[in-house]
Design a protein around this ligand. Structure first.
Ligand code: WT7
Length: 675
């Protein structure tokens, strides 16, 4: 059974209603230099040529052993790609570039404080640092192929170093977004059974050096309570040579990486040759239930897919300077800050801080200084930059050939600002629709081939064949403009392999609903359900409407309504909690949190604050509700179900519709008076 949307209201229902916009064509200057200008790609990647077409992506990599079977479908829907092949992801991102490019910058690390200079890490230097750290992980931490290790690191060069060192050994990394709380880290440590936690003492955010180490202490304690022991915490120093956190190191448990590294100076670790289907990493994301799910990505399929999409959709050439302003703690950063750019041997920017710090000119100064020519960010960041400095980009001489937007639908108005002001009217834009689960892009224009259409994610990528179903599993006719649930008909190499330790949920969440025959080993019977509402316009372009499940996309990041509700329920006074998505000018959607109290308690500002803080400490500041509304009672059906649809209408200033069938219609007016 597919998990149902239990809340009764989805983002897709609070959908976007934009008109179809006119096309904007890529400039000749872009087309002249583009990696992909051959229309034939769509034919080469048609279903007739599936799955062998994806060899073209896999051949962008160096394999220790060529694969025997391109796609093995014998155990649906656990598809296996490039079976029999062996390779190492770290080798592909580093070693193979040394002969020609050892002196090129692999990473430009830009600290948030503007008076600290940028660090340029060459491929050779990255190779040395990754090898030394891999030796430490192996010999000091005792990590080996197949072990999981949790990372809770901010945006510093040491994060890709850590990921690549893991990849070199076949250790599965699970990086948790640095803004998440210690409690969130603990949940992921427990689920992945990590014995080692890798973190940083401190990092800069909005001008302050934040104590990050304190979260590791919470994570270790909470994980222990839940039955998982962390025996080593490896702490990178933000300033090598000194501990920059007020939280002390725990003797015998916490170890300073920078103090240990001299023991491994000059160490070289041979990249472990691994089966293509070995996991490369886990990335936890939110779903319908309270528990985040660990999306497991493979080495061979994932790396092939990010190599192909980075080359063709991001149009990355080895000489480009590429800046994806996402956080490596999300899938965007894994695929398009670390693995994609490095596997193709380009230079990738890692920026520590907030885009609008100290002012809205910061990104354009960075771009100018490093001569960035490909820029990648989210609608939320674009809206924030536009709001705080609408003319600011025009003051700078940055020169983008290509820009990406990802994570949420972008309003045509905001798109046009991005195009005209940030891209100075000459950069191409790709609006890329995809997910943590999909490893890489699913929909986008091919930048030199397709016209741009503001507000549309574009057609499907070569080799991706979507279908939109209605609730009764009928196919909605292609190009009809009618909304439904978007699915992908065919497997593709970037797709996650399973949910860590929860294969049943993998099948139930993504494949069960539209499966045509559970006994079939034919992939045609197993469409992948993305969990988004979407429509396809006549020209084949898709518009994504938002989540159909109990997930809210806040600033391009997924939060489960259930996670926020359970955080609220940790406050003793709270009897019931209901979270609904609200449209927000900058962040796309934000959560409103409705709570009712146990008998004998009174509503107060202090209690509202307590509830809000509980959400922040359980999950992180990103989940902070816009409003906490303490209501006299929840609007309910006669069978006692909370009518979230009514609450969502109230929060979004929309018509609540017919409420006469509620058990307590009077409460709706009472709540409206509070808004
Ligand atoms: C959800 C996935 C993909 C990396 C960042 C988010 C929404 C993503 C777009 C887009 C409209 C988009 C979808 C999707 N989404 N890209 N271009 N236009 N909506 O990854 O956290 O797994 O979230 O983000 O709702 O399901 P994620």
């Amino acid at each position: 059974m597919a998990e149902e949307n239990v809340s009764g209201v989805s983002e897709a229902e609070i959908a976007v209603h934009w008109q179809e916009e006119d096309y904007i064509y890529p400039p000749a200057s872009f087309i002249r230099q583009a990696n992909l200008t051959d229309e034939g790609i769509f034919e080469r990647f048609s279903l007739d040529n599936f799955p062998e077409c994806f060899k073209e992506y896999a051949e962008l990599l160096d394999w220790d052993k060529y694969w025997e079977t391109t796609l093995d479908t014998s155990n649906p829907p656990f598809w296996k790609w490039f079976v029999g092949g062996r390779l190492n992801a770290c080798y592909n991102c580093l070693d193979r570039h040394l002969a020609a490019d050892k002196n090129k910058s692999a990473i430009h690390f830009v600290p948030e404080p503007e008076d600290e200079s940028t660090t340029h890490v060459t491929y050779q230097e990255l190779f040395v640092r990754v090898n030394e750290f891999a030796a430490l992980l192996r010999d000091f931490a005792g990590l080996k192929r197949g072990d999981r290790v949790t990372l809770h690191m901010p945006m510093v060069a040491e994060l890709p170093i850590t990921m690549l060192a893991c990849a070199r050994l076949g250790v599965i990394h699970s990086q948790v977004f640095s803004g998440f709380s210690g409690k969130s880290v603990a949940d992921r440590v427990v689920d992945s059974e990590s014995r080692v936690l890798i973190t940083t003492d401190a990092y800069y955010r909005t001008g302050k050096l934040i104590d990050h180490k304190e979260k590791a202490d919470i994570a270790v304690d909470e994980a222990a309570e839940l039955g998982q022991t962390i025996d080593k915490v490896l702490v990178w120093q933000r300033y090598p040579g000194r501990h920059s956190s007020p939280t002390p190191m725990v003797e015998g448990r916490d170890f300073s990486v920078n103090e240990l590294l001299p023991d491994y100076r000059g160490a070289r670790v041979a990249p472990v040759s691994l089966p293509a289907e070995d996991p490369l990493f886990l990335m936890y994301t939110s779903g319908t239930t309270g528990k985040p799910k660990g999306c497991q990505h493979s080495i061979g399929g994932y790396l092939s897919y990010v190599a192909g999409t980075t080359r063709y959709i991001q149009d990355l050439h080895p000489e480009d300077v590429y800046w994806c302003m996402a956080d490596i703690g999300w899938i965007t950063g894994h695929s398009y800050i670390v693995y994609g750019p490095l596997v193709l041997g380009a230079s990738s920017v890692v920026y520590e801080g907030l885009p609008t710090w100290p002012d809205a000119g910061r990104p354009w100064r960075i771009a100018e200084e490093l001569d960035v020519n490909i820029f990648h960010t989210s609608p939320t960041a674009i809206r924030a930059l536009r709001r705080s400095g609408p003319e600011e980009p025009l003051q700078y001489n940055h020169d983008f050939k290509h820009m990406t937007t990802v994570g949420e639908p972008i309003e045509p108005e905001v798109w046009r600002w991005y195009h005209r002001v940030v891209g100075k009217g000459k950069a191409v834009i790709v609006d890329t629709w995809w997910q943590t689960e999909t490893g890489g892009f699913l929909c986008s224009t091919v930048p030199a081939l397709g016209a741009m259409k503001p507000g549309s994610a574009g057609p499907a990528l070569p080799g991706i064949h979507p279908v939109i179903y209605d609730e009764e599993a009928n196919e909605i006719p292609a190009g009809s403009g009618r909304a439904g649930n978007i699915c992908i008909r065919n497997p593709w190499p970037g797709a996650f392999q399973t949910i860590w330790r929860d294969p049943d949920r993998f099948v139930a969440n993504y494949y069960a609903r539209y499966c045509k025959d559970e006994k079939s080993t034919d992939w045609r019977d197993w469409p992948y359900m993305a969990g988004d509402g979407a429509l396809q316009a006549e020209d084949g372009y898709y518009r994504i409407l938002g989540r159909i499940d109990d997930v809210i996309n806040v600033a391009g990041h997924r939060l489960g309504t259930k996670e926020i509700e359970s955080a609220a329920l940790t406050v003793g006074e709270i009897a019931e909690a209901a979270v609904v998505p609200v449209s927000d000018e900058v962040k796309g959607k934000v959560p409103d949190l409705y709570v009712s109290l146990q008998p004998g308690f009174e509503a107060s500002d202090a209690l509202q604050k307590t509830v809000s803080s509980a959400v922040v400490s359980e999950i992180g500041p990103i989940a902070r509700p816009r409003k906490v509304l303490i209501v006299p009672d929840m609007p309910k059906t006669r069978s006692g179900k909370i009518m979230r649809r009514v609450l969502a209408a109230l929060s979004n200033n929309e018509d609540v519709g017919d409420i006469t069938t509620l058990a307590n219609p009077e409460v709706v007016e009472a709540i409206r008076q509070m808004e």
